[in-house]
Design a binder for this molecule. Structure first.
Ligand SMILES: Cc1cc2nc3c(=O)[nH]c(=O)nc-3n(C[C@H](O)[C@H](O)[C@H](O)COP(=O)(O)OP(=O)(O)OC[C@H]3O[C@@H](n4cnc5c(N)ncnc54)[C@H](O)[C@@H]3O)c2cc1C
Length: 418
């Protein structure tokens, strides 16, 4: 039997990559290696519903079941952490010491939750009620504590922190959100959109504080955190008593394996071109661990989303099989909070103008982000039709009049035609 194509990292990108490789070239074996103890599963439902449902199993989360991998001819190995890539010898070494040959390699090692680095926070980090939510194991550890009546302090007002706040409200917990920036979602949305989400959460009963600086934790006698200590925007010391702490301050890419193997890394990720090639022609990469070219943006960027992981995976598989299909679509993403479905297109950074179409008070609107008159990104809340058209408009990279975008009486479709 010929040496396999090996995929390191078994999640959204790795699972899709392995499946695509077998579709494109059924004669070459494929091995999918993941360090987690379970087959690849969907992460988005964890913060949107799974943690709030005490009886949900993991079957509904699996991207494919064991039979589907077997039927596709993919050898899966769980609990298999790769610790070294020997590019000259084309071999990888597992933590168990086992060494495996590869014909070609795909890296899909994703990202891990960033830690909150505070002086003296080491004890709190290991406290039984301090959590992050990146993996199923994280969610399984949190779920028994995520019960009606519990107080929950969420550090970080990004998408995952806000989704967990919404789920906490729905489940009957009392959430506080502590955000370091002057507004939530500051890295990714316009002030109007942040203000909208802040109001929605406050109306729902979330105690939302922005512009705060976390200064420490008070531990209880049993080693659990009893209070989060922080300073408000005026430098006044504050204290939030709590039963649960969530640290939701972003992620870091898992690129140490690639870096040690000498693959080019930068801009916060493993650098790939539009064909998902790394600096080694026999190695491709996909998903959250990569930094990729994005249409309309200078340099490369790391995109953290399921659609990006899947698209890059398909491109990477095609590249390994000798078919060049560039991954050059505009990134998109979604987030569900309460009755609000947010769908974003493009990257809004660097925008200098925002136009809003629709009715924020009525919880149905689209924010359009322009840079020098060119539409670069949109955020649609409960407006799936706008989102569909926006994908085409942003991809086209057109100059569009902000007033036309804001005019809800002028159908967006007409702008595409124009
Ligand atoms: C709670 C939550 C909610 C989310 N909601 C959304 C959403 O609504 N919409 C959206 O688009 N995205 C969402 N995301 C982001 C999305 O899940 C990620 O973009 C996606 O998981 C990226 O997939 P990936 O395969 O690139 O990386 P990952 O999912 O990070 O998987 C990488 C895998 O590689 C494994 N691995 C790492 N190193 C090694 C090694 N050395 N050896 C073997 N295995 C290794 C890791 O253990 C992991 O299993 C959410 C994420 C979370 C955590």
């Amino acid at each position: 039997m010929s040496e396999p194509r090996v995929v390191i990292g078994a999640s959204h990108a790795g699972s899709e990559l392995a499946a695509r490789l077998r579709q494109l070239d059924p004669s070459t074996p494929v091995m999918l290696l993941g360090e987690e103890p379970v087959l690849p599963y969907q992460r988005p439902p964890l913060s949107k519903s799974w943690i709030g449902n005490p009886v949900a199993g993991i079957e509904g989360l699996l991207i494919r079941n064991a039979e589907a991998y077997a039927a596709a001819g993919i050898e899966t190995r769980t609990g298999a952490r790769v610790v070294e890539i020997d590019r000259c010898g084309r071999r990888i070494r597992l933590e168990s010491g086992e060494s495996l040959p590869y014909r070609q390699l795909a890296i899909a090692t994703g990202a891990r939750a960033r830690k909150l680095l505070l002086p003296g926070s080491e004890h709190a980090e290991h406290a039984p009620n301090v959590h992050c939510v990146r993996t199923l194991a994280d969610a399984q550890r949190l779920r028994p504590q995520f019960v009606p009546g519990a107080r929950i302090a969420i550090i970080g007002g990004g998408y995952i922190g806000l989704e967990l706040a919404a789920l906490a409200v729905k489940t009957g917990l009392a959430p506080t959100v502590l955000e370091a920036q002057p507004r939530v979602l500051a890295r990714v949305t316009a002030p109007q959109v942040s203000a909208f989400y802040e109001q929605v959460h406050r109306d729902a009963g979330v105690d939302l504080r922005s512009d705060v600086r976390i200064t420490g934790f008070e531990l209880r006698a049993d080693g659990a955190v009893g209070s989060v200590l922080w300073q408000d925007a005026n430098g006044v010391d504050q204290r939030t008593p709590t039963d649960i702490v969530i640290v939701g301050v972003g992620v870091e890419p898992n690129i140490e394996l690639a870096e040690t193997a000498g693959l080019a890394c930068g801009s916060g990720g493993l650098i790939v071109d539009e064909h998902c090639r790394t600096s080694d022609p026999a190695i491709v990469a996909a998903g959250d661990c990569t930094s990729r070219p994005v249409p309309g943006q200078a340099g490369t960027a790391r995109i953290e989303s399921v659609p990006n992981a899947a698209e890059q995976a398909r491109t990477a598989a095609a590249t390994l099989c000798g078919e060049l299909q560039p991954c050059n679509s505009v990134p998109w993403f979604w987030s569900d909070q309460y009755d609000l479905k947010l769908q974003t297109v493009g990257l809004s950074r660097g925008h200098d103008e925002v136009a809003v179409r629709g009715d924020m008070a009525g919880r149905s609107f689209t924010a359009f982000y322009l840079r020098a008159g060119v539409l670069i990104a949109t955020d649609s809340v409960n407006r799936p039709a706008d989102f569909m058209v926006a994908r085409k408009l942003v991809a086209a990279g057109l100059h569009i009049d902000a007033a036309a975008l804001a005019d809800a009486d002028a159908p967006l479709k007409r702008l595409v035609a124009a």
